[in-house]
Design a protein around this ligand. Sequence first.
Ligand SMILES: Cc1cc2nc3c(=O)[nH]c(=O)nc-3n(C[C@H](O)[C@H](O)[C@H](O)COP(=O)(O)OP(=O)(O)OC[C@H]3O[C@@H](n4cnc5c(N)ncnc54)[C@H](O)[C@@H]3O)c2cc1C
Length: 404
Amino acid sequence: MTPPGQENRAGTGNGTDSGTTARARSAIVIGGGIAGPAVAMALRKAGVEATIYEAYDTTADGIGGGISIAPNGLDALGAIDADEPVRAIGTPLYGNVITNAQNVKVAELALPEELPPLHFVWRTDLYRTLHDQSGERGITTHRNKKFLTAEESPTHITAHFADGSTAQADILIGADGIRSTVRTLINAENPPPHYAGLLGFAAPLADTRTPPTGGKLHITHGKRASFGYLSQEDRSGGWFANLPHPEHLTLQEVRKTTPQEWLRTLRAAYADDDSPAVAMLDLTDPDQLLMTGPLELTPPTPTWHRGRIVLVGDSLHATSPTSGQGASLALESAVQLARCLRDHPYSEAFAAYEALRRPRVEEIIEQTDQANQTKARPETRKTDARHHSATWHLHHHIDWNSPT
Ligand SMILES: Cc1cc2nc3c(=O)[nH]c(=O)nc-3n(C[C@H](O)[C@H](O)[C@H](O)COP(=O)(O)OP(=O)(O)OC[C@H]3O[C@@H](n4cnc5c(N)ncnc54)[C@H](O)[C@@H]3O)c2cc1C
């Protein structure tokens, strides 16, 4: 790792790139969450050396709740030969069963037969798996590297970190999540994420004491809040809750309230519903309660790239966990960006990437936004099935070998 104040050349780029007509050969990736290691692996496959710079020094163990990797996300991982390790840590999901507060089934979504199952993963496992995969492919992750700013020259870009160190490469990729510094560096007018009116909670259960859900996620749209759970053949599983909360709390503010108190609040929210919610909350060890924080989405991002800088993942298109698409879209974008950089000089590649991705991600975010508004105000719900019937977005396929 570069000592503070010294410069580090990311990847093998040697500074001979002479401008926008050159293909990028090295990349600084800011953020080592989910999109970071994915884009670094995809870039490596595309012949671009990438180095990851992550603000935190922890391994993110125990942080975050459950994430679903949809067929389109697994397809993107397949394009970079990383799908099998993710399948290995996941629980296959074949669809959703939606019930109302009276425990009446109002919808059932079965995945189209031609698609592989979704995989439910705990974020902490996904994070570890992608990092192991990127490490095995020789990609370096520097930790404790909080990105501050960057400056461009005609031949390269230099990133500046909070510890005083710097790094140089041909391009810089902002994979720094929903509170992205790179997003505002590209354009101070890129709007911040907006709050969906919901707080997220989840917990694993060693024994749900609930009949197996047959590989389907069961979701109850209750009187005050939505609750989802999964129970496997051995009755292990877990649950997640989207709790309407008009006040926008940060994750730090959520954590100021004890897990015991949140569990009480959640029990009250589900008290009038005919569902396993209260029983599962009673079974939950407060130490195992995962507070995932406010659900937020990014409005359409006017500027996706500027000069040698481009965005990927939640920094560009955060959809909130309710979409079931946040990680999958991040993985898709990571692979598509790398394909574009494989095929074009970086400025053309960034434009091609935006053209490929913008319509799709904006449509999915818009649909999620509408569904969240209903969840935040259950009294406005018209039909429970409305937001669970579409599967068009799951069919996305990336052909790595075809030119962009
Ligand atoms: C702590 C946490 C918990 C989450 N929990 C859930 C969940 O329960 N369910 C769900 O569906 N989604 C969750 N997500 C979001 C999910 O990971 C993303 O939607 C998706 O996977 C896209 O990932 P990403 O890599 O773009 O963003 P993220 O996963 O947010 O990763 C961004 C990374 O960038 C790093 N970073 C930020 N700023 C800087 C900086 N200035 N310099 C260097 N590094 C920086 C962050 O530390 C982080 O590691 C969570 C994200 C985080 C960070």
